[in-house]
Design a protein around this ligand. Structure first.
Ligand SMILES: NC(=O)c1ccc[n+]([C@@H]2O[C@H](COP(=O)([O-])OP(=O)(O)OC[C@H]3O[C@@H](n4cnc5c(N)ncnc54)[C@H](O)[C@@H]3O)[C@@H](O)[C@H]2O)c1
Length: 198
């Protein structure tokens, strides 16, 4: 099912499709995100709104739709937002992305506190560098590849993560019954501090 998450009816279509197929919605993972690389001096209003539309507004509206369904059907639920280490460690060239992921981390806490009484837990995973199709696109130029190697040099575990390692963290949070409002950093130690390597 291909749905553009920035369209108004996307959240209701997603929840309706899940209920139709599975009979209920117990888990929502807000994973889609965009990370265009543009110097802050050149970010247009349109690009800023696109980044916030996909990375922050869509996770909020999908969570709200899922929570409305859960509350009106007396069901518990678990939401996992895919944030980023860029939500706590700033990087040049992606000011809108960093800001959207920082906001997503706070949104995770705010919804966790507000929806706890309904049995809905809200958590986030914050990946560091993970080799995905989106990242492969960024490394399609010589400059992109150089930056990629510099990023890897800053990761204490000295390698990018694998998508499977992020999925495992998501799976843990979906079933961690006493964890809510938490952001689990799955970034090889990147957000913990600097290494002494060059
Ligand atoms: N790969 C990394 O190094 C990394 C690091 C930190 C956080 N993240 C986060 O992980 C998530 C996944 O990133 P990825 O690396 O797999 O990226 P990706 O570009 O490989 O995949 C992103 C997915 O989001 C979907 N998407 C984008 N805009 C959409 C829209 N308007 N409607 C519906 N779907 C849309 C795309 O179709 C694609 O399937 C993102 O939220 C990203 O910010 C990735």
């Amino acid at each position: 099912m291909g749905i553009d998450l920035t369209e108004d009816d996307a959240p209701s279509r997603i929840v309706e499709a899940a209920v139709e197929r599975f009979g209920s919605v117990d888990v929502l993972v807000n994973c889609a995100g965009i990370f265009p690389s543009t110097p802050a001096l050149e970010i247009s209003r349109n690009e800023w709104e696109r980044v916030f539309g996909v990375n922050l507004r869509a996770p909020f509206l999908c969570s709200q739709e899922m929570a409305r369904w859960a509350v009106s059907n007396g069901r518990a639920g678990s939401i996992v937002n895919v944030a980023s280490s860029a939500g706590v460690v700033a990087r040049p060239g992606v000011a809108h992305y960093c800001a959207s992921k920082a906001a997503l981390i706070m949104l995770t806490k705010a919804l966790a506190v507000e929806w706890a009484e309904h049995g809905i837990r809200v958590n986030a995973v914050a990946p560091g560098l993970v080799e995905t199709p989106g990242v492969a696109e960024l490394t399609s130029t010589e400059q992109g590849r150089e930056e990629h190697h510099r990023k890897i040099a800053r990761i204490p575990l000295a390698r990018p993560g694998e998508p499977r390692e992020i999925a495992e963290a998501v799976l843990y949070l979906t079933s961690a019954s006493y964890v809510t409002g938490e952001t689990l950093f799955v970034d090889g130690g990147y957000s913990a501090g600097r290494t002494l390597r060059d």
